[in-house]
Design a protein around this ligand. Structure first.
Ligand code: AMP
Length: 190
């Protein structure tokens, strides 16, 4: 199985690239952000809870997020592999994911970070916010809070995967197809 974690700050291009990798390598794309947004749209209890955090640009609590992700993985017993996009975002989530996959004789093959500087990311997010309807993309203060959450809670996840020699990074600046090519070259070298 090919299980990949796409890592990077908001706006790094994880969702865009996951869509290409998914069809190229026949993987299931699981985005926790998308799963939360679906719950919000469907007005579920989980959606209501998640919204109170997402609206501020804060991370949703770990256990809620882990439970939702595990339920989503379970829905694809025949998957050839998964692209995890926006998960794990804390060390506790990374450890929970490893334990869950291990239990199913599965493992993460690689975590790949898409790197770009904050100014470019803010520009991309504000641009996306014009059409996505995402309120967390439309307000610079909320975007900055998402970056702070990233620095505080998500950046340390890098050490977690480095310790397992599974961490790689890619230059996330360039055209979408250039970045897909960089990602594919890395995946094929694994
Ligand atoms: P995203 O679509 O990945 O940018 O995620 C949007 C928002 O959903 C984030 O700002 C968080 O509030 C929430 N979220 C998504 N994934 C996670 C996660 N793994 N852990 C906690 N919160 C998350």
């Amino acid at each position: 199985m090919l299980n990949i974690v796409l890592f990077g700050k908001p706006g790094a291009g994880k969702g865009t690239q996951a869509a290409f990798l998914k069809s190229k390598y026949h993987l299931v794309h699981l985005s926790t952000g998308d799963l939360f947004r679906k719950n919000i749209q469907e007005k579920t209890e989980l959606g209501l809870l998640a919204k109170s955090y997402m609206d501020q640009g804060d991370l949703v609590p770990d256990q809620v997020t882990i439970d939702m992700l595990e339920e989503a993985v379970k829905e694809y017993p025949k998957a050839k592999g998964f692209i995890f996009d926006g998960f794990p975002r804390t060390q506790a989530q990374a450890a929970a994911l490893d334990a869950y996959l291990d239990d199913k004789n599965m493992a993460i093959r690689a975590t790949i970070a898409l790197e770009a500087e904050d100014d470019l990311l803010i520009e991309r997010l504000l641009e996306r916010g014009k059409t996505s309807g995402r309120t967390d993309d439309q307000d610079v203060e909320k975007i900055r809070n998402r970056f702070e959450e990233y620095e505080r809670k998500t950046a340390p996840v890098r050490n977690y995967y480095e310790a397992q020699q599974k961490f790689h990074s890619i230059n996330g600046i360039g055209s979408i197809s250039e970045i897909t090519d960089r990602l594919s070259a890395l995946i094929e070298s694994l």
